[in-house]
Design a protein around this ligand. Structure first.
Ligand code: FAD
Length: 378
């Protein structure tokens, strides 16, 4: 078994690390305070190939594979979780268009998303349909060659910034087979950006509701086959979960680095707190859990890259990495004592940012449902 990254993967990781440490980390507080990932950051990510890591070169992507995407995502998340989730969703949208789009859709959207000139948004969840997207109520009905969409979406990352939305709507009977998928341009008449969520963490990312009032789409906006939307969503989410596992890992690594630095500097009872066994145990547990999370995440990424079924492994990686990273951030706050509870130290932001990784792209409970179903089937 080979645990080494290959040359391409190392290059992508080092590129992401260099940008993350030199440019992005110093901007992380500003990004949170201004609730915005600046356009120059997005263009820089695009220029480095980080908005289309697993998209073919012919479509403007880096074509570097899933493992490269995972390690790059962790590096960006270590510096700024808000930028990381923005990057994650655009990579997911770009990849899903490259996989399921027709030639015209791929040529139109993939290079644009890869460039960082715009972002993609993934519009699946609704106010009353999060864990259970099959219960969605947004509808798309035929009107000649066109489609008319009515309804609304909730929690849409980058919704106010995106140039293109992958949108799911009901085109047929109740149940998952009656759901289809569409590509929607920002600014389409009838599309309104709704409520902006005032979040606990990842405050630099944009999360909004979308409202559709008689939104007219051309027939060419249908994405994939009619009635195949749910299948596309589930396949996209499997890959997305590898991304969120990688994001969690990066946030956890950032918190552990902060804790190590602080434990060596901070003195109590006449010596650095790193010399107390209680602190050492927290560090040992955090290091062990992050390594375990990394192995699960890279396994899922490698399986996706090899095109073998990886649904269970992606859920296991996302479940474990998000929960482990939360424990690591919690311990890092504890190592910092009272200072960890203040905005002067990055661990406070990481502690708030990491919490959502147990919620979005499927909650921890939903990951357990998926894992148990597949284990019992095996
Ligand atoms: C910051 C943020 C960004 C997001 N970005 C996007 C995005 O870009 N696009 C998008 O489509 N969605 C997005 N989401 C939505 C996210 O995926 C949902 O919030 C998530 O799937 C949970 O759905 P819900 O909030 O409706 O919770 P609910 O489904 O109402 O769940 C509430 C609780 O019940 C539990 N539960 C539900 N069903 C079961 C079950 N069968 N077994 C056990 N427990 C269960 C859940 O685990 C949870 O604890 C985002 C959410 C957040 C917070």
């Amino acid at each position: 078994m080979d645990f080494e990254l290959d040359e391409t993967q190392r290059l992508v990781r080092d590129t992401a690390r260099d940008y993350a440490t030199k440019t992005l980390a110093p901007l992380a507080r500003k990004i949170e305070a201004e609730e915005c990932v600046p356009p120059e950051v997005l263009r820089a990510l695009g220029g480095l190939g980080l908005l289309a890591v697993n998209v073919p070169e012919a479509l403007g992507g880096a074509e570097a594979g899933v493992v490269a995407y995972s390690v790059a995502m962790s590096e960006i998340a270590k510096a700024c979780s808000s930028t990381a989730v923005t990057m994650a969703v655009t990579n997911m949208v770009n990849e899903v268009i490259a996989t399921f789009g027709n030639d015209a859709q791929k040529q139109r959207y993939c290079p644009w998303l890869a460039s960082g000139e715009t972002l993609g948004a993934f519009a699946l969840s609704e106010a009353d349909a999060g864990s259970d997207p099959g219960a969605m109520r947004t509808t798309a009905r035929r009107d000649g060659d066109d489609w008319i969409v009515d309804g609304g979406k909730q929690w849409i990352t980058s919704g106010a910034w995106a140039g293109v939305f992958v949108l799911w709507a009901r085109t047929g009977e109740p149940g998952t087979k009656g759901i289809s998928c569409f590509l929607v341009d920002a600014g389409t008449p009838g599309l309104r950006i709704g409520h902006h969520e005032d979040k606990m963490g990842i405050r630099g990312s944009n999360t909004v509701a979308l409202e559709f009032d008689e939104m007219r789409l051309p027939g060419s906006a249908l994405f994939g086959e009619l009635g195949q939307g749910f299948r596309i969503a589930m396949m996209a989410l499997d890959g997305g979960r590898v991304g969120i596992a990688s994001q969690s890992l990066g946030i956890g690594e950032g918190a552990l680095s902060d804790a190590l630095r602080y434990a060596k500097e901070r003195q109590a009872f006449g010596k650095p707190i790193a010399e107390f066994q209680a602190i050492q145990w927290m560090i040992a547990d955090s290091r062990t859990e992050l390594d375990a999370a990394r192995l699960l995440t890279l396994r899922a990424a490698a399986m996706k890259q090899q095109r073998v079924p990886f649904t269970k492994e992606a859920s296991m990686a996302k479940l474990f990495a998000s929960e482990a990273a939360w424990r690591v951030c919690n311990r890092a706050v504890q190592v910092h004592g009272g200072y960890g509870y203040t905005r002067d130290f990055d661990v406070e932001r990481r502690f708030r940012d990491v919490r959502v990784t147990q919620i979005y792209e499927g909650t921890s409970e939903i990951q357990r449902v998926v894992i148990a179903r597949l284990v019992l089937k095996d």
